[in-house]
Design a protein around this ligand. Structure first.
Ligand SMILES: NC(=O)c1ccc[n+]([C@@H]2O[C@H](COP(=O)([O-])OP(=O)(O)OC[C@H]3O[C@@H](n4cnc5c(N)ncnc54)[C@H](O)[C@@H]3O)[C@@H](O)[C@H]2O)c1
Ligand SMILES: O=C(O)C(=O)C[C@@H](O)[C@H](O)[C@H](O)COP(=O)(O)O
Ligand SMILES: [Zn+2]
Length: 353
């Protein structure tokens, strides 16, 4: 059996463990879920690593957040049925967070649950989405409204997938790395800010540090009873902004990390106003994020709509929207109430700074 602490494995070790898992479990059928891009760019690498040792059935879906929905699930459940998948089949999710969220969900629900493995191919997938067992889909454009918490059998981290990842996708993943550092410690944040991210070895160490921050939190609180809420820093407004822009004829969709980056700035401003988070560190967070992410503009009406969308946040209790804020870097506080007027001030800070 693969032990809990060996669930997330880098490069060579991950592939060997995957081969052993498949041999040990004697799965009846092996499915690989890909999207249009990972089929072309990542599947050939997968075959080389696994030396085509098994017979794989490819499940292919359209890429992008707008397809992380029930229609895509229905297509996949149908295909699994047609292909004779049974409770002893395995689904391997080869792609970014969209693939692992959706693939984890269809695997967790098909015949009440079959095994799945995550092989993240985006930075965001490696440091965040592939880890922790949150699976799910968007519903009516609201983020992650339907899903399960169910852990993958294994996560294989293969850095070489990043070679083909477009730059904006790489930067999107960096938003979650910044989030992990901000909720974890000043040392971690300073390492992120001062490191030469163009140095491959340094960057790979930072990826690993980020994975460990998330994994430790998930291990202590897998079902988000308390501590895990801290991983949602920047997501209360970030998700509402992402939903607002998704499928909106007047706006371009934002990548998950792009929306979360704005959410982090807004949440850090709110932290300064409500919890005395240091002003100089607010500016450092702001400047760091601004150096990677293009500035967005939101009208008053748009901000009102974003505030309305906060009602879908899963941390809400009894209709009350509750934020994760920071008392200082490395000291997150959950269940914080924030007034609408302060949210407007936060957007003003973001846009005017
Ligand atoms: N479950 C979680 O804990 C968790 C955490 C963070 C984010 N998420 C979710 O993850 C999703 C975002 O994931 P993402 O940013 O990985 O996006 P994604 O999965 O949509 O991938 C982004 C794009 O990159 C392409 N791509 C993937 N790998 C590639 C590669 N190696 N080379 C070239 N192109 C490649 C994809 O085809 C896609 O077009 C969101 O739905 C978000 O809500 C979930
Ligand atoms: O793993 C978690 O817990 C997170 O909150 C990680 C987030 O980066 C991720 O976007 C997650 O999908 C958000 O969860 P949700 O419960 O707010 O949908
Ligand atoms: Zn996220």
């Amino acid at each position: 059996m693969i032990e809990r602490e060996n669930l997330i494995l880098p490069n060579g070790k991950g592939w060997i463990t995957l081969a052993s898992l498949i041999a040990e479990k004697k799965y009846s059928k092996l499915f690989i879920l890909v999207d249009e891009n990972t089929e072309i760019l990542c599947l050939p690498i997968f075959y080389i690593k696994m030396e085509e040792m098994n017979e794989w059935k490819i499940l292919k879906i359209r890429d992008g957040e707008k397809n992380k929905n029930i229609e895509t699930c229905i297509e996949l459940w149908q295909e699994l049925l047609l292909e004779g998948a049974d409770r002893h089949s395995l689904v391997i999710n080869l792609g970014g967070g969209m693939i692992s969220d959706l693939g984890g969900f269809i695997a967790s629900t098909f015949k009440r649950g079959i095994d799945f493995v995550n092989i993240p191919t985006t930075l965001l997938g490696m440091v965040d989405a592939s880890i922790g067992g949150k699976n799910g889909i968007d519903f009516k454009n609201a983020k992650n409204q339907v899903g399960t918490v169910n852990q993958p059998k294994l996560v294989v981290i293969e850095h070489s997938f990043l070679k083909t990842l477009p730059k904006e996708q790489l930067i999107s993943g960096m938003a979650e790395m910044m989030k992990h550092s901000l909720i974890s410690s000043k040392d971690s944040w300073n390492r992120f800010v001062t490191s030469d991210l163009n140095d491959k070895a340094i960057f790979e160490n930072l990826i690993w540090e980020s994975i460990e921050i998330k994994n430790k939190i998930v291990q202590r609180d897998p079902l988000e009873k308390g501590l895990r809420k801290t991983l949602n820093f920047g997501h209360t407004l970030g998700h509402a902004i992402e939903s607002h822009c998704l499928d909106n004829p007047y706006r371009e969709a934002l990548l998950h990390g792009e929306a979360i980056a704005i959410g982090i700035i807004l949440a850090t401003f709110l932290s300064t106003e409500l919890l005395g988070f240091p002003q100089n560190e607010l500016l450092e967070v702001y400047n760091t994020i601004e150096s990677y992410f293009p500035k967005q503009k939101f009208s008053k009406n748009e901000i009102s709509n974003i505030i309305k969308l906060l009602s879908y946040d899963k941390k809400n209790i009894g209709g009350k929207v509750l934020f994760v804020l920071l008392e200082e870097i490395g000291k997150p506080k959950t269940d914080c109430f924030v007034s609408d007027s302060l949210i407007f001030n936060a957007f003003e800070f973001y846009e005017k700074s």
